[in-house]
Design a binder for this molecule. Structure first.
Ligand code: AMP
Ligand code: MG
Length: 486
């Protein structure tokens, strides 16, 4: 009795362990599932900080009608202000810099005259436009931040010029303070443009729970809280072995009776796409010696995926050689088209197990079996939900009669809005388009003119597989059809 797809998948998943976790550098953790909860070792931000470039002051002063403020210093990100902001005074502050004591709001520079002279004198020489040495030291004293130290024998203005050139700032663009800044008159509320210490995260709080998938965002967050290594479920190693006397590598022009090995590279790419590490093992001949030798190498991996040699042909030796090598079969053949000959077994040695999938040799059969069985297994191994391909529902573009004794996955295109083929217009595949709808708001399915399981060319046009249950039936455009998105 041939297994159904669901029963076969259940057997695969029941034999699929989650890989034991490993400590990896955070830079390599994207795509992995975290197996420990991570708490913050800092407050973030670590101090009250400004979120804009502007002037830190007291909101109450503005409420009391003050519009012009004495500028008593400057604080940039990386500085630490030591002087408080006095009533009626402001400190020029940069994004990310700590709020000076006394200030409770920041007015963004765009809402002030920037403390610049109203009519800058275009004829003044560059050195005059720089912050004068006495102003720099006054600001330094006020803010408690070291002023740039003039080099021995050089003038302060010269040192400021050198600092300016070194920082890539055009000297003429530099802030030339009048020591007074004028606000443009809009109201200022306490807390404006200030981010409170620990507003984003607090020391000791859990920032990521075990079980979370680490994306690049989480790599950043882990780095923010000082993690350089994290415990994760590692990438499974997937050995890929193609079998068949007719096969030659893609670099070779096939001669009589030969075809290129398209499955090997495709399956390795699928493994990488699924988050695994592909271990390509090339091509084995249809003889026991050649099969045994390469299979032994493949059994070192977490998963061995073979293609070809699992049907009923004279040289379909894969299942028997696998069994000789101690791989215990869990099933052979599934009620499915394409993909019926699928073979699955497990080898367990010293507490370590290798899942072995014998996929049928035809490329489309291989692809369908990969997506229905291997991919969910790899997801489960990596601690993720074993969802496989995403599901969707659509309606046929035109009526179709279907007859078959096996459930069938048929290559198709799920069409976007108005039956426009977006892929042709924009180079994006139709699956990139949200809510693919026909004129009647139903996503439409175009079945492709598919030549069977050796026809990978037609698959390249598909963005989904349309599912037909077994039986003979006329489908109209009003019948919903389930699809799996490729
Ligand atoms: P098999 O499952 O070995 O009976 O192969 C079924 C069909 O798939 C045959 O026509 C093979 O030539 C073809 N085939 C087998 N392996 C590959 C491969 N790696 N790449 C492309 N086609 C293959
Ligand atoms: Mg073969």
């Amino acid at each position: 009795m041939m297994l159904t797809v669901d029963d076969a998948l259940a057997r695969v998943l029941e034999a699929t362990p989650r890989l034991p976790d490993q400590l990896v550098p955070v830079e390599q953790a994207a795509g992995r599932v975290l197996t420990e909860s991570i708490a913050s070792d800092i407050d973030s931000p670590p101090y009250d900080k400004s979120v804009v470039d502007g002037f830190a002051l007291r909101a109450a002063d503005v409420a009391a009608g003050i519009r012009e403020f004495r500028v008593t210093g400057e604080v940039t990100a990386g500085d630490w202000p030591r002087m408080p902001v006095e009533p009626g005074a402001a400190i020029r502050i940069m994004t990310g810099a700590p709020m000076p004591e006394g200030a409770d709001a920041v007015v963004m520079i765009e809402h002030t005259d920037a403390g610049m002279p109203a009519q800058p004198d275009k004829h003044s020489n560059t050195a005059d436009a720089l912050r004068p040495a006495d102003m720099a030291s006054a600001a330094s004293a006020a803010s408690g931040v070291d002023a740039p130290r003039p080099a021995d024998g050089a003038s302060a203005a010269g040192a400021a010029g050198a600092a300016s050139a070194a920082s890539g700032v055009n000297a003429a663009d530099r802030w030339a303070p009048r020591a007074v800044v004028r606000l443009d008159g809009r109201p200022v509320v306490a807390g404006q443009n200030r981010m409170r210490r620990a507003a984003s995260l607090a020391f000791g709080s859990v920032v990521l729970e075990a079980g979370r998938l680490i994306r690049p965002i989480e790599v950043g967050l882990l780095s923010e809280v000082g993690c350089v290594e994290v415990r994760v479920v590692p990438r499974p190693r997937v050995a890929v072995l193609s079998t068949g006397n007719e096969l030659v590598p893609p670099s070779i022009v096939p001669t009589r009776g030969q075809i290129r090995n398209s499955n090997g590279p495709m399956l390795a790419a699928l493994a990488e796409q699924a988050g695994a590490m592909a271990v390509p093992l090339g091509i084995a001949r249809d003889d026991r010696q050649s099969l045994r030798q390469r299979m032994l190498a493949g059994l070192e991996a977490d998963v061995l995926v073979l293609s070809g040699g699992v049907s009923a042909g004279a040289l379909d030796l894969v299942p028997s050689v696998l069994e000789e090598l101690g791989v215990v079969p869990r099933f052979h053949q599934v009620r499915l088209r394409p993909g019926k000959p699928l073979w699955f077994g497990v080898r367990s040695v010293a507490g370590r197990s290798t899942l072995v999938f014998g996929l049928p040799g035809n490329p489309v059969s291989s692809l369908v079996c990969w997506n229905l069985f291997v991919r969910p297994a790899l997801e489960q191994m990596q601690g993720r939900p074993a969802d496989g391909l995403a599901s969707a529902r659509g309606w046929l573009e035109s009526p179709r009669s279907y007859r078959g004794d096996r459930p069938t996955y048929w290559p198709a295109v799920l069409l976007p809005r108005g039956n426009d083929v977006v892929r042709q217009e924009s180079g994006r595949s139709a699956t990139d388009v949200p809510a693919a709808c026909g004129p009647d708001d139903r996503p439409r399915i175009r079945l492709l003119d598919w030549q069977g399981s050796a026809d990978l060319r037609t698959l390249a046009d598909a963005n989904c597989l349309a599912f037909f249950p077994p039986g003979n039936r006329e489908y109209t455009p009003d019948d919903p059809i389930d699809v799996r998105l490729l």
